[in-house]
Design a protein around this ligand. Structure first.
Ligand SMILES: Nc1nc2c(c(=O)[nH]1)N[C@H]1C(S)=C(S)[C@@H](COP(=O)(O)O)O[C@H]1N2
Ligand SMILES: [Mo]
Length: 203
């Protein structure tokens, strides 16, 4: 048996909980499970585009070169899936959402962000949550290019929310005045998704 489910994993989970680092109801894994609804859309970097639309001064459409030319940042963060697993110390590299918004220019009416993915997945957050400097459009993980099944070329990472907010194969960001609940949010997952408040379901 591997680390996952072993006595060692249980000890590590208990220690992390004691250290106050594991949100309630979560357990620790060292592996990195793939959690996707449906198939992995194969998006080679040369075909990938990122659109920023809606309540911005200047709508953007970036290709891979333009994205990589933006200031790059590193965020090391824990990752919590609503199904129960948490993975600590993920070293992400990419572009901070807040820096991308500096390029687009936010309009004062913008209050929410709708995330659109290749493959059709969507999710949503208040703009305020997205402007946290730890929110990253990540293209690398653990010193390597992000694997296709984990959202490569580019995924969103929102460390302070359950991972269903961390949209893989990100292709579009829409700045809106009204909230637009995403794929899981309309199917009963919590709209806010704070793991420390155990906001798993909306019912
Ligand atoms: N496009 C897309 N993004 C997605 C998902 C998905 O199904 N499609 N699943 C979400 C969920 S529920 C989780 S837990 C994380 C899982 O990321 P991972 O597969 O890299 O572990 O991706 C999130 N982002
Ligand atoms: Mo998840």
């Amino acid at each position: 048996m591997g680390f996952f489910g072993s006595g060692e994993a249980k000890k590590a989970t208990a220690a992390a909980r004691l250290a106050g680092r594991l949100p309630p109801g979560q357990y620790l894994t060292e592996k990195w499970p793939v959690l996707t609804y449906g198939d992995t859309p194969g998006i080679p970097p040369e075909r990938w585009r990122l659109k920023v639309v809606g309540l911005v001064e200047k709508e953007l459409e970036l290709d891979w070169q333009q994205f990589r030319a933006l200031p790059q940042a590193t965020v090391t963060a824990d990752f919590h899936c609503v199904t129960g697993w948490s993975r600590f110390d993920n070293a992400w590299e990419g572009v901070r959402f807040v820096n991308l918004m500096q390029a687009a220019g936010l309009r004062p009416e913008a209050k929410y962000v709708a995330m659109h993915c290749y493959g059709g997945y969507t999710t949503n957050l208040p703009l305020e949550a997205m402007l946290d400097p730890d929110v990253l459009l990540a293209c690398r993980h653990g010193g390597k290019d992000l694997a296709p099944e984990h959202g490569g070329p580019v995924r969103l990472v929102v460390p302070k929310r359950y991972a269903y907010k961390s949209a893989k194969w990100l292709g579009g960001l829409a700045l809106t005045a009204e909230d637009q609940p995403g794929f899981w949010e309309v199917r009963g997952y919590h709209n806010e998704a704070d793991p420390w408040k155990e906001e798993r379901y909306s019912f």
